[in-house]
Design a protein around this ligand. Structure first.
Ligand code: KG4
Ligand code: ZN
Length: 360
């Protein structure tokens, strides 16, 4: 089954053609970073206009690269939640247009679920094997930070989430405070490699491993990054740093984020006896997070899958991939597809677990 995927939830216009859920024939992403960098963050209205400008070109490029024309496409998949409403509307309207004109099924996909699926694009075998379940997913992006448990029947449970900023926001806002540019994650990642992470002891929000400061039980797997951001602000405001001192501050700041993400992922994996742990979303591109997760899991019994960088950041292959499983499971398709800004729309189950019902 050839599925055309469309993604416009934030600041990447993306289209992909994926065959049978896993075989990626084309995965085209056009970034709007340059336009939003002027404002230090994503401007929803501007994002929508930029999507409108490039969606046709990006889709044409994906079709061409895949060797398909619309005549060979069997279904259209599109991110319909969560995201910036004006941005989502462009992708959904465009996808509806193709679906209606071509009499194709239109499948709305939750972006958060698509990020999780990004970790399985190269690991179809895991999704066929019930013994790997429950799977624990660490989803870390610009909009979300959560630990999600996925059962073999596809049922999902968010066991922890952020109480304030997402991990990606913690990177982006720090870069803003330090005048590094936008988006902050990749810039901080690069500069932190040249600094000493032990120089400044930044707070580890809600860490169960901070002596005498254990979080309440209900926050054991929750995250909080706003205190860290404030601590950075107090640490740097009104002071001059040499380049080398600044790199030490940046490395120390990044370590505070990475430590908490890894610690809570390890603890949750043990608590829920996860068969496999996956890490996904834009922040999962972070080199220190990847290395620290790999090192920590190499000493445990559990298998770790970190999504490859091109499936961590926003893309449409993960969207087309999820839609394949919805179609296999006979989910009713809806040409009136609405958009939703909120995370929890259609999040109760994932269609790609081995025991997911055949009648979703
Ligand atoms: O998943 P994504 O592309 O979009 C959302 O759904 O939000 O994630 C974007 C986020 C941004 O906050 C960006 O700064 C962060 O991912 N990011 C990184 C890195 N690459 C992207 N954060 C830390 N280190 C990176 N290398
Ligand atoms: Zn995303």
């Amino acid at each position: 089954m050839n599925i055309l995927g469309i993604e416009t939830s934030c600041d990447e216009t993306a289209a992909a053609v994926v065959v049978d859920g896993f075989s990626v024939r084309a995965n085209v992403v056009s970034s709007q970073i340059a336009q939003h960098a002027l404002f230090g963050g994503v401007v929803p209205e501007l994002a929508a206009r930029e999507h409108l400008k490039s969606i046709q070109t990006v889709t044409d490029a994906a079709l061409k690269e895949s060797g398909c024309s619309l005549d060979n496409i069997d279904a259209v998949a599109v991110t319909s939640a969560p995201g910036l409403i004006p941005a989502l509307l462009v992708g959904v309207s465009y996808a509806k247009g193709i679906a209606v004109a071509r009499h194709l099924p239109l499948v709305g996909v939750n972006h958060f679920i698509a990020h999780i699926y990004g970790a399985f694009m190269d690991h179809a075998e895991v999704l066929r094997n019930p013994s790997f379940f429950p799977i624990l997913a660490l989803v870390v992006s610009g909009g979300h930070t959560a630990l999600v448990l996925i059962q073999k029947d596809g049922g999902t449970k968010i066991i922890g989430t952020t109480l304030d900023d997402a991990a990606g926001e913690a990177f982006d806002k720090a870069a803003k405070i330090l005048n590094l540019g936008y988006p902050g994650g990749p810039l901080i990642d690069r500069l932190a490699r040249q600094g000493d992470a032990k120089t400044v002891v930044f707070p580890r929000g809600l860490s169960a491993h901070s002596p005498g400061r254990a979080p309440k039980e209900e926050n054991r797997f929750n995250f909080s990054f706003s205190g860290l951001k404030t601590a950075l602000w107090y640490h740097v405001s009104g002071k001059d740093f040499t380049d080398s001192e600044l790199k030490d501050v940046i490395a120390s700041y990044q370590a505070a984020i990475v430590d908490v993400l890894v610690e809570k992922t390890m603890d949750a994996a043990a608590e829920y006896n996860a068969g496999i742990v996956v890490a996904c979303g834009g922040v999962a591109c972070n080199s220190s997070l990847r290395e620290t997760l790999e090192k920590s899991f190499s000493q445990s019994q559990r298998q770790l899958i970190i999504a490859p960088p091109n499936y961590c950041t926003d893309n449409a292959a993960m969207v087309a991939g999820v839609a394949y499983h919805y179609l296999l499971k006979n989910k009713p398709v809806n040409q009136d597809l609405p958009v939703h800004a909120r995370l929890n729309y259609d999040l109760e189950y994932v269609p790609f677990a081995p025991g997911a019902s055949s009648e979703l």
